[in-house]
Design a protein around this ligand. Structure first.
Ligand SMILES: NC(=O)c1ccc[n+]([C@@H]2O[C@H](COP(=O)([O-])OP(=O)(O)OC[C@H]3O[C@@H](n4cnc5c(N)ncnc54)[C@H](OP(=O)(O)O)[C@@H]3O)[C@@H](O)[C@H]2O)c1
Length: 267
């Protein structure tokens, strides 16, 4: 990944942050995107500190933090412009953000559905639209969408996520077949329970809904996982790093589970 330019969305926490760190460690120039500027700058400083020796040796390995909301099309255009102004290219895009709120069908009105559509699906459409000209022109690109194991097996109280993420998979599969000729791959990562802020929030929500404690809610997740533990964000980052590398050029249009064996389907 040396000198490849990677935009990582949702990069200030959880899986996005772990992916950004791993990309930087592997020599990429990394652009961090998230809404909260303070967290984003902290992440930028952490990554710089981790790589300081290599920066000192003159390895062209830099990090840029661009605060932005993936729901906002002007923010997306600004991220692309600032990335190209700074680094002159875009080779890798990781679409990622917070998930839509937990809940059941009866909990949501039209606005909730439109908001989830904008956050989880339109953000991916718009980012891909903006990076496509650069990737097609240079005949190289790696697009990775962070989705969820729910695209293979719906999760009971996550109807918005279960629904919107399947649209991302349909989009990715279609573009993967159409743009492979440009050297662009588009793949989805489908995580099971990974120990991040998101899993903590969902556990609080499950605890409240089911009238159980937070600890019991955490245990109820782990009970479903043959590995008997949560995944670590770094484990997702190792997978993302491989898919984003040149070596993964023949992996295209796939949805790869990383769930400790949680999904029971054979194929
Ligand atoms: N953790 C799991 O077990 C798990 C499993 C399957 C799928 N997922 C999905 O994978 C994704 C990442 O999960 P995570 O656990 O790593 O989440 P996380 O720890 O909550 O981190 C989310 C990151 O996205 C950023 N973000 C949120 N909304 C954003 C927006 N509108 N625009 C730009 N950045 C935004 C957050 O920063 P700001 O708030 O500052 O913007 C943060 O950096 C989520 O969609 C989640 O639903 C998670």
């Amino acid at each position: 990944m040396k000198d490849r330019v990677a935009i990582v969305c949702g990069a200030s926490k959880g899986m996005g942050k772990a992916i950004a760190k791993e990309f930087a460690k592997n020599g990429a120039k990394v652009v961090l995107v998230a809404r909260n500027e303070e967290n984003l700058l902290k992440t930028m400083q952490e990554i710089t500190a981790e790589n300081v020796q290599r920066f000192d040796k003159g390895i062209t390995n830099r990090v840029l933090a661009i605060p932005g909301d993936v729901r906002n099309k002007d923010d997306i255009k600004r991220v692309i412009k600032e990335t190209v102004d700074e680094f002159g290219a875009i080779h890798i895009l990781v679409n990622n953000a917070g998930g839509p709120p937990a809940g059941y069908f009866e909990d949501f009105k039209d606005d909730d559905w439109y908001n989830a559509f904008n956050l989880t699906f339109m953000s991916v459409v718009r980012f891909i639209r903006e990076v496509a000209p650069y990737m097609k022109n240079q005949k190289y690109g790696r697009i990775i969408n962070i989705t969820s194991m729910s695209v293979k097996q719906p999760i009971d109280n996550l109807i918005l996520s279960n629904t919107m993420r399947l649209a991302v998979v349909g989009l990715a599969k279609t573009l993967a077949t159409q743009w492979a000729k440009y050297g662009i791959t588009i793949n989805n990562i489908a995580p099971g329970p990974i120990y991040t802020e998101r899993i903590k929030e969902l556990s609080w929500s499950i605890a409240e809904k089911k009238g159980i404690t937070y600890e019991e809610a955490l245990k109820s997740w782990i009970k479903e996982v043959p590995a008997e533990r949560f995944g670590e964000p770094e484990e997702v980052a190792y997978l993302a790093s491989f898919i984003a590398s040149e070596r993964a050029g023949y992996i295209n249009g796939t949805t790869i589970q990383i769930d400790g064996g949680t999904i029971k389907f054979v194929l």
